[in-house]
Design a protein around this ligand. Structure first.
Ligand code: PMV
Length: 336
């Protein structure tokens, strides 16, 4: 029988702290029970094949002209970036564990599109690290998997905080503060969040670079803003612990203002966020790197959350139908 290993990895949404977490400030991130699956099947040679099913690739074009065969065009930058996380993760496992390449057929299954700020690249990195190291005979601790997953993101993107790889490895709601090496699970499962997304126009690396350039040009203005962002997140943690949802919502709105100041809020997301507030959200903000992509709203009740989901659909955006994933990364061995 062939050895098959499957890593089931949650995706994530950033509640607060994106971008400023890159400068060591805290963030609160929630793992979503919309799991990405990385399946690896051992081969008898040392060839690697990668296939994806159900993964929505944006901007596919099908061109049919009378005098030629139909042509399919995809945004090859997005596709090759997606595969580069896997290639990098395989190399990092081989280097860290000092093992030789083993041939595997890799299948990636995801119902979320890559690169909209919902942690698919972190999930792919973490899932590949976990599955490939298992296949190589090493069962790594979650902390180690998160560390190596972060290394993958750093080498593919150039800059990354450990936020997304921590969320997708450990699951639950996490408070993370990179400058003090803190990753804590918050025991909160009962808030109603609503998540949606629109296509993203820039990559995370480009947006992180854009913020860095702004900070280089206006250090004396942007550095205090980054510090204030950290205080907002600390206050939000207290509000969450006291279940002070109105306050948490207000802090989300304020944080959205910070992201506006940093120049990463795209027009369509800005409009959706404002409509969601008018429709009764306690708070609404963009989420992730920005430039389009994901947004998150806080609802007072399950019923209000449903109303907000309908509002998102009526605005032509996509809804992520998922709750908090309390359990993080899971590994299953299918064959032997
Ligand atoms: O890749 P995204 O859209 O989930 O955004 C990542 C969040 C940033 O704070 C912008 C970057 C990082 O590595 O934390």
């Amino acid at each position: 029988m062939t050895l098959i290993v499957r890593a089931l990895v949650p995706t994530k949404v950033t509640l607060l702290g994106e971008h400023t977490v890159v400068y060591g400030e805290p963030a609160i991130v929630i793992a979503l029970d919309k799991r990405l699956i990385i399946e690896m099947r051992r081969r008898n040679d040392n060839v690697i094949t990668i296939r994806s099913s159900g993964l929505t690739i944006p901007n596919i074009e099908y061109i049919l002209t009378p005098d030629s065969y139909p042509q399919v065009r995809v945004d090859s930058a997005i596709v090759s970036r997606f595969f580069s996380y896997i290639i990098q993760a395989l190399s990092i496992v081989e280097e860290e564990l000092s093992v030789r390449r083993k041939g595997v057929d890799i299948l990636v299954e995801s119902s979320l599109p890559p690169g909209v700020g919902l942690g698919t690249s972190a999930a792919i990195s973490v899932g590949t690290i976990a599955a490939y190291s298992f296949l190589q005979g090493h069962v790594l601790e979650p902390r180690e998997i998160a560390r190596l997953g972060h290394r993958v993101e750093l080498s593919v993107q150039g800059a990354a905080s450990p936020m997304d790889t921590s969320a997708t490895t450990f699951g639950g709601m996490l408070y993370i503060e990179p400058s003090r090496d803190i990753v804590e699970k918050l025991p909160i499962t009962d808030i109603h969040i609503v998540v949606g997304y629109v296509p993203k126009k820039f990559t995370t690396a480009e947006l992180v670079r854009q913020v860095r350039n702004l900070r280089n040009r206006y250090g004396e203005l942007i550095n205090p803003i980054i510090k204030v962002a950290g205080s907002i997140v600390k206050n939000a943690r207290k509000a969450l612990e006291k279940r002070s949802l109105e306050k948490l919502g207000e802090l989300m709105n304020i944080f959205h203002g910070i992201l506006e100041a940093l120049g990463v809020v795209e027009t369509e997301v800005a409009r959706i966020v404002h409509v969601l507030r008018l429709a009764g959200a306690l708070g609404a903000k963009m989420s992730g790197a920005g430039g389009g992509g994901a947004f998150v709203a806080l609802a007072r009740s399950k019923k209000d959350a449903e109303t907000l989901r309908n509002v998102i659909k009526s605005l032509g955006a996509s809804v992520v139908d998922a709750g908090i994933a309390n359990e993080g990364l899971r590994i299953e061995q299918v064959g032997i």
